[in-house]
Design a protein around this ligand. Sequence first.
Ligand SMILES: NC(=O)c1ccc[n+]([C@@H]2O[C@H](COP(=O)([O-])OP(=O)(O)OC[C@H]3O[C@@H](n4cnc5c(N)ncnc54)[C@H](O)[C@@H]3O)[C@@H](O)[C@H]2O)c1
Length: 361
Amino acid sequence: VSLRTVEVETAPRYRVHIGPGALELAGESLARERRAAVLTDKRVAALYAASLRAHAQVPLLAVEPGEGAKSLARAEEVLEFLAGAGLDRKSTLYTLGGGVVSDLGGFAASIYMRGIQVVHCPTTLLAQADAAIGGKTAVNLRLGKNLAGSFHQPRAVFTDTAALATLDESDYRSGLGEIVKCGVIAGEAEFATLELQADELNARDPAALAIAIETCVRTKARIVSEDPREQGRRRALNLGHTFGHAIEHAAGYGVVPHGVAVAVGIALAMECSGELGLLRDPELPSRIARLLQHLGLPVTLPALRDRARRDLKAADLLSAMALDKKGGRGAVQLVLPCALGQLELGVSPPETFLADFFARR
Ligand SMILES: NC(=O)c1ccc[n+]([C@@H]2O[C@H](COP(=O)([O-])OP(=O)(O)OC[C@H]3O[C@@H](n4cnc5c(N)ncnc54)[C@H](O)[C@@H]3O)[C@@H](O)[C@H]2O)c1
């Protein structure tokens, strides 16, 4: 198997192996463990658990698929499973699945016996490009998403792009939204590669996917190693997310897939940059919108209204944005590009600007 490898320079540092066949390598690594277990969900278990466990029938727990598994109750079940399987401090938990499984498994591994090693085998585009990298783990509380969690870097990540062939269309498109986000953050060369390979990406070509995912992993790895606990630079990764979260909130959670909301969020952030006079190249918003549309993603609120079959009112979007103040300083803080690879991290436009901005869309 010929794979691309990215080194993530956090403490401890780790490698991400990317390409078709990475799951085989993960299976070999699993077979070398003194003691290990696998956490997955039932859908992924039926598709890929046999390849991962081809050389070693280690204990396996499969949770119900979906966001509902990110709960303290499921985390407790995982911890009891690890104890029942006889894992000790030197053992390793392998996660196999999407961001739900890597978040839940990473969290359980970070607290079982005060922390054991975790290896991620992400199988959704979103998890391969984003969730399995960077060491953030979380479960949800009744009052909100990701409210309980930890920072726990994996020991290694095995990213098999061939596994994406079985992903649902909507999960796949959603992942492409995050891929475009990474291209905008990374710079001209990386974004141009996405433009050149858009047809291959639409066809889920594993080699083109490996290149796009490698760019995301490199970009996230660089930012995360500079700012492992999200005190500054890491906010760049929130590009499109303030608008995106507002859209998800206003539409009702689960109605618009996350990466689809982020796609519209990126397009809106670009227009916002233009109106605030931040852009160096006035053509950039339409260039980015073209790529998003080529990848089957919406770029305007009206297009999203049709998909969500729900009106997204300016007032609802504004109040959702006010709730999502990741900067924590009382005002909405936007991540806005000036050019490919160059972002302003904490722009707080006057509230009247945003109200007027939404009213015109
Ligand atoms: N920790 C982080 O830094 C981080 C970053 C981004 C997102 N997240 C989290 O990730 C979660 C979303 O992740 P997701 O989009 O991967 O969702 P998910 O894990 O729920 O997976 C989506 C669906 O795809 C199925 N699936 C997975 N792999 C498949 C495959 N290869 N073929 C067919 N079906 C497959 C799953 O069973 C599930 O039904 C959210 O909870 C989000 O908070 C975390």
